[in-house]
Design a protein around this ligand. Structure first.
Ligand code: TYD
Length: 206
């Protein structure tokens, strides 16, 4: 099922999704738009952050369940994505199910993440930020804090898995608009491209 007015940005670490989400804040009306991200700022998301820092050691399967639990609350909880979208707001999320299908498939195989994520609604628009693991690593290395998934081999595997799942969704023809972006283009150029696509949305007309 496609959830109207829902937009997702996806890509490996360092692809620049957060930068683009922030730039959209200058373009869209604050009353009509909700900006969000996964892991969330809810207690489930905060717990996931400690897992990502390596402070909590969990099995890959438990981690996959936790990402799905955090998403369940993000989508269906009070003030969540479904509630906002159906009340006529535009919701833009930095990461969603595609992150679990890419990252957790590497750590615990494809089956569990697929099972845990198959029933979540799909966004109306999915922007996939493509970048080589080498280029993304260069960006990540400039940051102060690194997380457990920000390693070369893991990034390479994740990048391959992302390509695989995005291509799979393209063949499914779900009605979700999939836009592949070259994440190494300039910040301004990328922002223009995203903006041009979003202007097609009925919610942003008139
Ligand atoms: P993110 O907040 O984008 O990274 P940063 O802390 O650098 O801003 O995402 C945190 C990490 O969580 C990222 O490595 C991807 C990972 N992740 C998963 O493994 N599965 C998921 O379902 C989600 C949403 C994120």
């Amino acid at each position: 099922m496609i959830l109207k007015n829902f937009i997702v940005l996806e890509g490996i670490d360092g692809a620049g999704t957060s930068t683009q989400l922030n730039l959209l804040k200058n373009r869209l009306s604050p009353e009509k738009t909700v900006y969000t991200a996964e892991p969330t700022t809810l207690s489930t998301g905060r717990f996931l952050r400690s897992v990502l820092r390596g402070d909590e050691k969990l099995t890959p399967e438990t981690t996959a369940f936790l990402f799905a639990a955090d998403r369940q609350e993000h989508v269906y909880g009070t003030g969540g994505i479904v509630e906002s979208c159906t009340s006529g707001k535009l919701v833009i999320s930095d990461r969603y199910v595609f992150s679990s299908l890419a990252y957790q498939s590497i750590t615990c195989g494809e089956e569990l993440p697929r099972k845990l994520n198959q029933d979540f609604p799909l966004p109306e628009y999915l922007f996939f930020f493509r970048i080589t693991p080498q280029a993304s690593l260069k960006r990540i290395e400039k940051r102060d804090v690194t997380e457990i998934y920000e390693k070369k081999d893991f990034l390479e595997a994740t990048a391959r898995q992302y390509e695989k799942i995005i291509s799979y969704y393209e063949t499914l023809q779900t009605g979700m608009h999939i836009i592949r972006l070259d994440a190494t283009e300039s910040i301004e150029k990328l922002s223009e491209k995203i903006w041009t696509v979003l202007q097609e949305m009925p919610i942003l007309q008139g």
